[in-house]
Design a protein around this ligand. Structure first.
Ligand code: SF4
Length: 300
């Protein structure tokens, strides 16, 4: 589609009709939870969604918003409470990162999430992507939010490649910026609309081109759907990995009401060397606190 504004219209119209009603996407005018700080709700959702699908995030997000409706509320809790409430979302260091960000927001910004990209990015654990997403979705700041779905849609639609490169390139960021509509509000909606198109239609393994609003303009389809010839994204296995063992150890600590003796951790995995290595890494990451007499707990 050579006409960029026609492309904008097509995808924005599709989004208006097809978007999922996800709680963290509600506009300020339609925000139904007056006690919940909306920018905080957006920030928490963005961190949770980075490596976990919507269906698993949504219930945990609701529970976090019920318990910690503001950054100050989470900052007043123990980091271990954040890890416990993280449940089984995976990559639990994200819970500690959110706690650290909440603490910085409470201590350095009077409990108010900064409404500019520079200060957002200076928060602990908040990288370029999360800052751009919170800037766009919470504050309407015009910035390109380039997640894995956006990268895939733009690779196919504009570049004509089935998959983007394994990691984000400067050219991709430039392209995403060039594609942004001029208006701030349209730009923010465009980001989430392209994400949604990638999540619902232009899926990684099975793109559903027959129901895609930009099928006629898609460079990859017009080129005859050439097979991907670049490096493949590595699929991380789970069974038997340290990630699985760490998850099992944390599960025991999350379910306990107090410190746990080593004997209770020893039964979760038969390989003692791997188990000890994983426990040591959890301690090093700050997710587990060792106590006297070989007892362990979530960080207080
Ligand atoms: S036509 Fe197919 S490959 Fe192209 S953007 Fe749409 S879903 Fe993706």
């Amino acid at each position: 589609m050579s006409d960029l504004s026609a492309l904008h219209d097509t995808i924005l119209t599709w989004y208006a009709a097809q978007a999922r009603d996800l709680p963290w996407r509600r506009s300020p005018e339609a925000w139904p939870w007056p006690e919940v700080d909306r920018p905080w709700a957006v920030l928490v959702s963005e961190v949770m969604l980075q490596q976990t699908p919507v269906v698993r995030v949504e219930p945990v997000w609701h529970e976090w918003m019920r318990r910690w409706p503001t950054p100050a509320a989470l900052a007043a809790a123990a980091p271990g409470d954040a890890v416990r409430e993280w449940g089984r979302l995976g990559y639990p260091r994200r819970a500690l990162r959110l706690h650290a960000a909440a603490t910085a927001i409470a201590q350095e910004h009077g409990g108010v999430i900064p409404a500019n990209l520079e200060d957002l990015q200076a928060l602990p654990g908040i990288g370029t992507y999360t800052a751009a997403a919170v800037g766009a979705f919470a504050f309407g700041i015009r910035s390109a939010v380039v997640d894995v779905n956006v990268r895939r849609v733009e690779a196919r639609l504009v570049t004509g490649a089935e998959h983007p490169a394994p990691s984000l390139s400067a050219a991709e960021t430039r392209l995403a910026e060039e594609l942004l509509p001029a208006g701030d509000r349209e730009a923010a909606t465009w980001n989430v609309a392209v994400m949604e198109l990638g999540a619902l239609v232009c899926k990684a393994k099975t793109p559903q081109c027959e129901r895609c609003p930009v099928l006629d303009a898609c460079a990859w389809v017009l080129a005859g759907r050439p097979a991907h010839d670049g490096p493949r994204k590595r699929v991380q296995k789970w069974a038997g990995t340290d990630r699985q063992v760490r998850g099992k150890l944390l599960h025991v600590l999350r379910d306990a009401s107090g410190p746990v003796p080593r004997s209770k951790l020893d039964v979760v995995w038969p390989d003692a060397a791997q188990r000890d290595r994983c426990l040591a890494s959890l301690i090093e990451d700050g997710l587990v606190e060792p106590l006297a007499r070989e007892r362990f707990r979530l960080p207080a």
